[in-house]
Design a protein around this ligand. Structure first.
Ligand SMILES: Cc1cc2nc3c(=O)[nH]c(=O)nc-3n(C[C@H](O)[C@H](O)[C@H](O)COP(=O)(O)O)c2cc1C
Length: 371
């Protein structure tokens, strides 16, 4: 497929992740924006003497976004300030996590969508303590608060009350009662029409679409339909080679790294052996190898490799010895081949989106003034 170029390319492809995975992701794509997993403001504040463990990353990981969560303005301010010395490229505030630990006890994550005035205040506090852009990741609603108008009220209030100009929208609502975080990523239906409604109704803001995008062909389709950016979660984790291997050329119009998986594993081995045991028992070989376990998704030898890995985890003490023991399961043709054809995916995913858009949002100035 011919490489395509799009406006706002710097936000073409995004994914939340932890450090070892991001190291792998960056070896496959030099340009995708990488997100950390959510770190609570309280954790950052309480661990202020131990911050490298939570916030350090290698310089190759730029562009990289720190995602924080919380509901205490003082902690959010302090955490943002403490994070400054790590030079993240953007600070993202989590308003989408449905976990009961987060949305229940902590009363943050997606529950904050019910309190846009607070989110506006929180974003102002975060922005006041950093020089980099601040963004919000949210759902399209919570429980019965799931109308398009309520979503627009949230976006309108947060963007009016704070310098937030960019929202990442996981395009399904969250259900707070009874279902698990994993079910909350599949049971509530995706409503991409809400996402594209936002693009129409808030032309001065930027929106990144998230949820259910499974390959680079679908990333392209979302951008063609007008999305400023696309965040890919599970597909990038479960099939990193195919999903990320096309990002640099197809989305950013830049040359791919052209590394084979054998070469990627060689570089990863150097990284892995240098971080083993950095924090006492952690990380161990299993922790460091974990993101690699999907690198040969649906390839010959994949099943055998995983079985060998299970055995090797019991006694290998270095990544080098782990590879020596297990990689024979993967044929050379797989290890040495370049990334294949660009997967097309569901090209028609957004084809009818304009006919499905909700009625336009009518701004409720009065409500904002008196809320
Ligand atoms: C294991 C796992 C952990 C996740 N952790 C976070 C997180 O820390 N912060 C966040 O905003 N989203 C997190 N997500 C949600 C994803 O960012 C994304 O919104 C969701 O999976 C839908 O996108 P997808 O269909 O492309 O996976 C997580 C998802 C999974 C599967």
């Amino acid at each position: 497929m011919k490489p395509l170029k799009f406006p706002h390319r710097s936000h073409g492809d995004r994914l939340p992740s932890y450090n070892h995975y991001r190291t792998l992701a960056r070896l496959i794509s030099k340009h995708a924006w990488l997100y950390t997993e959510m770190i609570t403001a309280e954790t950052i504040v309480h661990q202020k003497d131990n911050l490298d463990r939570f916030l350090a990353y290698s310089p190759e990981q730029h562009p990289i976004v720190l995602q924080i969560g919380g509901s205490n303005l003082e902690s959010l301010a302090k955490a943002t300030e403490l994070a400054n010395e790590y030079h993240y490229d953007e600070i993202n505030f989590n308003c989408g996590c449905p976990s009961s630990k987060v949305a229940g006890h902590g009363c943050f994550g997606v529950r904050l969508m019910l309190d846009p005035m607070f989110v506006g205040e929180a974003m102002s506090v975060i922005a006041a303590n950093t020089d980099v852009p601040v963004t919000v990741k949210c759902r399209i609603g919570v429980d019965d608060h799931d109308s398009y108008n309520e979503l627009c009220d949230f976006i309108y209030k947060v963007s009016s009350l704070s310098p937030t100009r960019h929202f990442i929208i996981h395009s399904r609502k969250a259900l707070l009662n009874g279902i698990s975080p994993a079910e909350n990523r599949s049971i509530p239906p995706l409503k991409y029409e809400y996402f594209y409604g936002l693009l129409r109704d808030f032309p001065d803001l930027r929106f990144t679409i998230n949820g259910g995008i499974t390959c680079i062909g679908e990333v392209n389709a979302a951008i063609r339909a007008g999305a400023h950016g696309v965040m890919v979660g599970r597909a990038a984790y479960n099939n990193p080679w195919q999903t990320l291997g096309h990002v640099d050329s197809t989305i950013y119009g830049k040359p791919s790294s052209s590394l084979t998986r054998r070469q990627i594993l060689g570089k990863y081995q150097v990284y892995g052996d240098s971080v083993l045991g950095k924090y006492g028992q952690k990380p161990n070989v299993r922790d460091v190898v974990k993101p690699l376990l999907h690198l040969f998704y649906s390839e010959p030898g994949n099943g055998l490799w995983k079985r060998k890995a299970d055995t090797a985890f019991r006694h290998c003490t270095t990544i080098k010895s782990f590879f020596e023991e297990t990689l024979r399961a993967i044929p050379d043709s797989v290890l040495d081949s370049p990334v294949g054809e660009t997967p097309v995916g569901r090209d028609e995913l957004f084809a009818d989106i304009n006919s499905l858009l909700p009625p336009p949002y009518e701004v409720r100035e009065q409500e904002l003034l008196y809320a």
